[in-house]
Every structure is written in structure tokens, then in C-alpha cells.
Design a protein around this ligand. Structure first.
Ligand SMILES: C[S@@+](CC[C@H](N)C(=O)[O-])C[C@H]1O[C@@H](n2cnc3c(N)ncnc32)[C@H](O)[C@@H]1O
Ligand code: SF4
Length: 386
């Protein structure tokens, strides 16, 4: 399986029970009356964009588990009409503990989901409340156990570190409790304080030293527990790496459906309208809901390929064009011991992994900001580029 040759299909569900204080994803609370209309709209968009045969399916958010069991079934039926389900090598669905039920899990299994991704963030109830989450640690445990009662899928858990008032003991307890559950995959995100979030308004500033200590301890514990650190924020038991997300990091192609979702096909990156009314009125009148199209070429494209490739712990093989275009930058990072060569591959050193954002700046045009160029630090790919 070569992720460079695969095509991913990302479907964005922009509904959430509440907006978490740190989140700037395309996600709306209080819009549950629009969900059915939105699911139908996704079907319209799928019809407009049909043609490719995607290898992976990723339904992310927002909060896909905000859909009712019936709406989940309808969504898979609609997708299956235009993108045959039997072709998916991997099919992921993101759930939040507070809106997941046994009935929804059962429908998801029967719809062919092979990978369930649960947003836990932390198992510290006081901390969950202070970041605006609706669920408790017990909700997560209950849902995890229910998910485990079904065969045929693997489970991934999202955790965050660097949260305001998150102490090292609280973080390590969460990590140990999650490791005791033995999920096949774990995503570990350092808090990014994004504009237009409550945390930005409150001028939250993560303690960099503590963040690094948390991340370093996590790497050691995850390694000892048999997880392979395969991307800056992602860890998997061997064979359970996310195929869909590897398509992004290998600079492969993807189709994105839904409000704010992005697609990358034939060298063109397009981004969908991210306001619900505008998105719905476009798809309902048979128009592609695309807001912006960008042809990536030259140095910008090469820089993006390098940045994505370096997110993977095994690095990537830079072609002659990247070597030529970025020889000064690569040399500088090698001298700072942030990058190293292994045969024909270029990869981050252990220190480079901790200072990845600094290293990535070398590959980004000066007018761009790393956060903008970042793909899947948080998995909003096609959206997800969560
Ligand atoms: C797009 S969210 C969707 C998943 C789901 N709605 C949830 O919140 O659990 C995917 C993951 O991104 C991470 N995330 C979101 N915003 C973040 C931020 N500002 N900084 C770091 N990680 C973030 C969280 O771990 C979250 O589980
Ligand atoms: S973190 Fe997840 S649940 Fe919270 S607002 Fe963002 S997408 Fe919604």
C-alpha cells in the first residue's frame, strides 16, 4: 500500500453540542434542526463530485455522533451511492462520548466502519469542564467499553496536553488510564491557541516548558507500551496507523465533502464555503459549494510537500527539485541538528520533533504563517487538515 497513490474521501459534519473553548474548526452548536437538511446536502455534493474511486473514508467534524442513528444510516447510504462502500480500505468515524449510544455504534459497525475515533482530550473531569467539554471521564469509559463489545474495528483516542491548569500528574494519570484501555491508536495534540476562540480572548498562553515535558514523557510511555510514533501527533500499535491521514502526509489526493471541507485533486486545492446557509443553498441549487481554488506550484508546492513529509517520523525522500530549491534551508536545519539524513530520506531528529514548528518555518513562504500551512496537526483534513 503506497499512500501516495491512494485517494481519500473526507466528509465533514459541522455540528457540536457546544463549542469547546479552544476550537476553531468549522463547527456550530445549536443547529440541530439543520442536520437532516445537511445530510441531504452532502448527498447532493457527493453526486456533483462523483467520479473518483476513493480508497479511504473519514467522517469527521465537528461531531459526527451528533447525527441520530437514522441519520448516520442515511449518510452512509448516500455516500455509498456515489462512492461504493466495498472499495474502502479504511472507514473512520469520529465520535464524542456525550452523543454516542450503543444504537449508534451498532449502526456504525453495520455501515462498515473499521476505525472509531473518540475525542477524550483528558480524563480529568474538572479540566474537561474548564475547556468547555460536555462529557465526563466516566462517559468516555462507558463508550469505550461499548465500542469494544463490537468486533471488526480499531479504536483511536484523542488527547490534548498544554491545557490551562493541566498539571503533569493530571496529564500522566490520563495517559496511563488511556493506555490501560489499550486503544490501537492515539492522537496527542498540544493545545494551539487559535484566533476567534474563547481561549484567545482570555489570552491563554501554554507553558512551553511544561508542554515539552508532557510531550517528552508521553513519547517515552507510549514507546514503552508498544506504540509506534509515526507522525508528530500520532501513535499506533503496529499495523494500525491511519491510512487516510497518511494520504495527506504523503501529499496524496483527497475529495472533501461538507461545509468548510477541502479537496486536493490534480494539483488544485479547493475549499468549500464554511457558512452553513451558503453551503446549503449552493448544493441545493446544484452548484459546487466551492469558495476558493488554488493551484499549488513551484516553491510553495515543494515547501508544502517537504513540510508534510517531515511530519512523519520516518521522514520522506526529497526529490531533486526539493533538494535544489531548499538546499540552504535543509543545510541550516541539519547544522542545528533538527534534521538528519538516513540514506535518501530526510527526517526530523528527536530535537527536531520538539521544535517542529520552528523547523517547518523554513519551508513556508514568508507571508504565510505555520498555522495556516499546517496540515493535520489537528485532524481536520479535507476538512482534516484535521
Ligand atoms: C476536529 S476535532 C473533532 C473531534 C471531536 N469533535 C472532538 O472534539 O472530540 C479533532 C481533535 O482535534 C483536537 N483539537 C481541536 N482543537 C484543537 C486545538 N486548538 N489545539 C489542539 N488540538 C485541538 C482535539 O483533540 C480533537 O479531538
Ligand atoms: S473540539 Fe470537537 S466537539 Fe469541541 S467544538 Fe471542536 S469539533 Fe466540536
Amino acid at each position: 500500500m503506497d499512500p501516495r497513490r491512494l485517494v481519500g474521501l473526507y466528509v465533514h459534519i459541522p455540528f457540536c453540542s457546544v463549542k469547546c473553548f479552544y476550537c476553531d474548526f468549522t463547527a456550530f452548536s445549536g443547529q440541530s434542526k439543520s442536520v437532516s437538511r445537511y445530510v441531504a446536502g452532502l448527498g447532493q455534493e457527493a453526486r456533483l463530485k462523483a467520479g473518483r474511486v476513493p480508497d479511504t473514508l473519514y467522517i469527521g467534524g465537528g461531531t459526527p455522533s451528533e447525527l441520530s442513528a437514522q441519520q448516520i444510516g442515511e449518510l452512509y447510504d448516500l455516500i455509498g451511492r456515489f462512492y461504493p462502500r466495498s472499495k474502502f480500505l479504511e472507514s473512520t468515524f469520529e465520535v464524542n462520548p456525550e452523543s454516542t449510544t450503543g444504537e449508534k455504534l451498532s449502526i456504525l459497525r453495520s455501515c462498515g466502519v473499521t476505525r472509531l475515533s473518540i475525542g477524550a482530550q483528558t480524563l480529568d473531569d474538572a479540566l474537561l469542564k474548564s475547556i468547555g467539554r460536555r462529557h465526563t471521564a466516566k462517559d468516555l469509559m462507558d463508550i469505550y467499553r461499548q465500542a469494544r463489545s463490537f468486533d471488526g474495528w480499531s479504536v483511536s483516542i484523542d488527547l490534548m496536553y498544554g491545557l490551562p491548569d493541566q498539571t503533569m500528574p493530571s496529564f500522566l494519570k490520563t495517559l496511563d488510564d488511556v493506555l490501560a484501555l489499550q486503544p490501537e491508536h492515539l492522537s496527542l495534540y498540544g493545545l494551539q491557541v487559535e484566533d476567534r476562540t474563547l481561549f484567545a480572548k482570555r489570552e491563554v498562553e501554554p507553558d512551553e516548558e511544561l508542554c515539552r515535558a508532557m510531550y517528552e514523557d508521553a513519547l517515552d510511555r507510549l514507546n514503552a507500551a508498544g506504540y509506534r510514533h509515526y507522525e508528530i501527533s500520532n501513535f499506533a500499535k503496529p499495523g494500525f496507523e491511519s491510512i487516510h491521514n497518511q494520504i495527506y502526509w504523503h501529499d496524496g489526493e483527497y475529495v472533501g465533502l461538507g461545509c468548510g471541507a477541502a479537496s486536493y485533486l490534480d494539483g488544485i486545492r479547493s475549499t468549500n464555503l464554511d457558512r452553513l446557509p451558503a453551503y446549503l443553498s449552493a448544493v441545493e441549487s446544484g452548484r459546487l459549494p466551492v469558495e476558493q481554488e488554488e493551484w499549488l506550484s513551484g516553491r510553495d508546492k515543494l515547501g508544502e510537500t517537504a513540510l508534510l513529509g517531515l511530519r512523519m517520523l520516518d521522514g520522506f525522500e526529497p526529490g531533486p527539485d526539493i533538494e535544489r530549491e531548499f538546499s540552504v534551508e535543509i543545510g541550516r536545519l541539519e547544522r542545528k541538528s533538527l534534521l538528519k539524513r538516513e540514506g535518501r530520506r530526510l527526517r526530523l531528529t528527536r530535537e527536531g520533533v520538539f521544535l517542529a514548528n520552528q523547523a517547518f518555518l523554513e519551508f513556508v513562504a514568508p507571508f504565510q504563517d505555520v498555522a495556516e500551512a499546517r496540515v493535520e496537526q489537528k485532524p481536520e483534513p479535507a476538512g482534516a487538515i484535521n
